[in-house]
Every structure is written in structure tokens, then in C-alpha cells.
Write a protein that binds this ligand. Sequence first.
Ligand SMILES: N[C@@H](CCC(=O)N[C@@H](CS)C(=O)NCC(=O)O)C(=O)O
Length: 271
Amino acid sequence: MLTLYHATNSVCSQKARLVLAEKNLPWTSALVDLGKGEQFSPTYLALNPEAVVPTLVDGDLAIRESSLVLEYVDEVGEGPRLMPLDKAARVATKLWLIRTLAIHDAVNSLSFASYIGAMVHQHRNAEEIEADLSRLPNPQVPAKRRDLFANGARSVFVEGAIGVMSAVFRDMEDALMGSAYFTGSSYGLADLALTAYVDRMANLGFEGFWAGRYDRVGPWLDRMRSRPSHETAIGQYLDTELLGFMSEQGGKIWSEIAPHLDVAPNHRKSA
Ligand SMILES: N[C@@H](CCC(=O)N[C@@H](CS)C(=O)NCC(=O)O)C(=O)O
């Protein structure tokens, strides 16, 4: 039996739960409460030294990195493969999976500049925040978080995130030209991997990245949200209070984001 170490509202955990739902595989849930610092327990660090979720455990194999989890579950699960068989579609899928590292970093910056930052400041004082940051194994992460906590939407990381996501939505629109899915005529791993990030952007009230600019992204998100896997993997873990908080906090920084949407290199509106 597979065991998934995951957190309720983490985008990478959502990806892992989505693939388990799409492949209809049974799994044991091991929730890791990031707010309580459970990711730093010696038991969890032995599975995932980066102290991040998700980790999928299959026997004595611990799989870290959500994109690897997607590929692994797709391979071990029965039923139609979510990794396309067509060579070009497979390359395109792998490129999107690699790109999710940058997308994750950008969505993480936008989340910390808005609702996560607000949540942390509601529950922790400055000393506690520093103590939390000092436990993070990757020294680049505290530097980034300090900047986001101090500068919010004016952080250089938000500026970078806007550029990354502007280019991502432009390329999504191009990929959706002529097909309902990112890598061909059927739902695949690229659609699955991107769902959690676009869903988070919409929950933060950042639909302006695509609405009125790229006509195919909104309907694609609606299609992803109408799949039963969305409720199983994402919807049931989000309560209305949290959704309200996310959109309220996202709304507070949107006016600082919107004027910069065209900073993506080679930005162009699709015909
Ligand atoms: N590249 C990793 C990123 C994992 C990651 O950063 N996970 C976040 C949640 S989405 C996390 O565990 N953060 C821990 C923390 O904020 O302390 C993956 O895709 O699995």
C-alpha cells in the first residue's frame, strides 16, 4: 500500500493527491502539519531531508519531488497512462513537469506575499518567525521568506513571480490552441501537474493573469475543476473560511501586481 505524506493546502500535495485520484489507487494518508513544524520531525526528515511535502512511500522506497511522484504513480497504477505515448507529447509533458519547479517557486512567492504571510503574522511574533526560519534546511528559503515577509507585493521575488507566471499563461494559451488539453486530445500529466497551481492563482483572485488576455485558460481550468479528482484531491481539503481568507489577502496585493503583467520577456497576446 502506498503512503502519502502530505499537507492539506499545499499545491505539491494537491498534485500528488490528484494523480492518486485519477489513477484510482488506494493510499494511506499521513498528514504533515506544516504550521506545527511536523516536517522537521526526525522521522520525516529521514524520508525527506528538505523538510517539504509531499513524500510518497512505497515499501522501502521514498519518492520526493511531486513531479516524480506523478510519474511513479502513473507507472505503478493500472488503467490508461497519463504520460502520453506520442513522442512529441511526452517531451512536451516532461518540459511542463520540469517547468513546474519555476512555477512552484513563483506561486509560492505570491502565496507568501499574500495569505501565507498574513497567516504567519497572525499566529507568530517576530522571534518565533525567525526561530521557524532557522530550522529550514535549504538556506536560500529563509532569505526569500524574510524578503517576502518584509516587502510583501513589493518584494523582488514577487516581481520575478509575475514575470514567470505571465510567460506561463502565455504558453498555456498557445498549448491549448487546437486542443482541449496541454499535450494533445486527452487529459494527461501536464494538465494534472498544472491544475494545482492555476487553481491556487484563481483562489488568490489572480484570474487577471489570464481573464481577458488568454481565452483558453479559464475554460481549461473549469474543465479541470469539474473532474471528480478535483473535489477528492483539492476541494475537500479547502474550507470556505480559508478560501475567503485567500481571496481577501490576494485581493489586497492585486492592485500592485496588475500593472506589471506585461513584464514577461517576449510577452505577446495570442491572436
Ligand atoms: N519541488 C518540491 C517542492 C516541495 C515544497 O516546497 N513543498 C511545500 C508545500 S507545497 C512545503 O512542504 N513547504 C514546507 C514549508 O513551507 O515549511 C516538490 O514539487 O515536491
